[in-house]
Write a protein that binds this ligand. Structure first.
Ligand SMILES: Nc1ncnc2c1ncn2[C@@H]1O[C@H](COP(=O)(O)OP(=O)(O)OP(=O)(O)O)[C@@H](O)[C@H]1O
Length: 283
């Protein structure tokens, strides 16, 4: 018997403008699996998620989600985008914030009245956020807001969660709390999770597999098979050393830990691989 795939890419090329972001990528993520998505700035993590959402059609190959071609508005997917907590939402209560997706971007959700309220309750409960229902977002900590964003993604009982850098701007302790929460939700609901991050070590012990992107290519597998000097040197296009110390993994270039280089989110099209690696080599 074959297990169904939550996500399947067959020889997929993704192009934005004249930039080839991913080239001939074939990967398969199983249902219920927790996959950490890593790679340098601009490697294509967000673009890959947008392809799964049907927002970036492949210029070659096919993308399938839960056995069907990727299409926009797939209610089986819960999405936590990278740009969130917009100032306009700060006056909303936790309840209204979660409820807004029902009439907002996840149109088509077959929920009305009582059932709709029950679903919002359930989503808040899943992330232990019931006490946040009547507080305003503007008065919450980053970690509390993040729980509500996760509750939004859980409305409609998705089978696949795409979480784009949920740990960004959280301190390590709050980050660990969110990670543990996502892991619990993933196990309780049996959903597949694709979780992008910049810190490999935070995800160790939580993810089932890692999906590393770099220079248009992808490597998916167990951490010990993917986070190796040969695989990462190929993806970064530069000599990478992988050092294991006390259960932590350091991905090094020229004696510097790549994870502790500055990360940009300006999407200016410049090549982090070359520019930042060169800088790291010369400090
Ligand atoms: N509309 C566009 N036209 C051309 N190139 C684009 C466009 N949008 C994004 N890009 C480029 O595509 C590449 C992939 O971007 P993407 O946001 O998927 O990367 P990422 O891995 O999520 O990066 P980060 O870690 O910084 O969030 C980047 O080099 C980006 O500058």
């Amino acid at each position: 018997m074959t297990t169904a795939s939550a996500v399947e890419f067959n020889d997929v090329t993704l192009t934005l403008g004249d930039r080839v972001v991913l080239s001939d990528v074939s990967i398969s993520i199983s249902e219920g699996e927790f996959v950490g998505l890593l790679g340098p700035n601009g490697a294509g993590k967000t673009t890959l998620m947008r392809a799964i959402l049907g927002l970036v059609p492949p210029s070659r190959g096919t993308v399938s989600v839960l056995g069907r071609p990727a299409t926009r508005g797939n209610v089986a997917i819960g999405y936590l985008p990278q740009a969130r907590a917009a100032p306009a939402t700060m006056g909303l209560s936790g309840w209204d914030f979660v409820a807004s997706v029902v009439n907002g971007h996840r149109l088509g959700l077959p929920l009305h009245g009582k059932a709709e309220r029950a679903e919002i309750h359930r989503s808040l409960e899943m992330v232990d956020a019931h006490d946040l229902a009547h507080r305003r977002l503007g008065e919450m900590s980053g970690g509390e807001r993040q729980r509500l964003v996760l509750a939004q993604a859980l409305v409609g009982r998705p089978r696949l969660l795409l979480l784009d850098e949920p740990l960004i701007s959280l301190d390590p302790h709050r980050g660990q709390e969110i990670l543990a929460l996502v892991r619990r939700v993933q196990r309780e609901l049996g959903v597949a999770v694709l979780f992008s991050a910049h810190e490999l070590n935070q995800l160790l012990g939580v993810m089932d597999k890692v999906l590393y992107l770099g220079r248009g290519q992808a490597a998916l597998g167990a951490v010990e098979d993917v986070v190796t000097s040969p695989v990462l040197s190929r993806l970064y296009g530069s000599q990478i050393d992988v050092v294991h110390v006390n259960g932590r993994i350091f991905v090094m270039v020229g004696g510097h830990d790549i994870e502790h280089q500055p990360h940009r989110h300006d999407h200016d099209g410049s090549d982090w691989n070359t520019a930042e690696l060169e800088k790291a080599r010369h400090v």
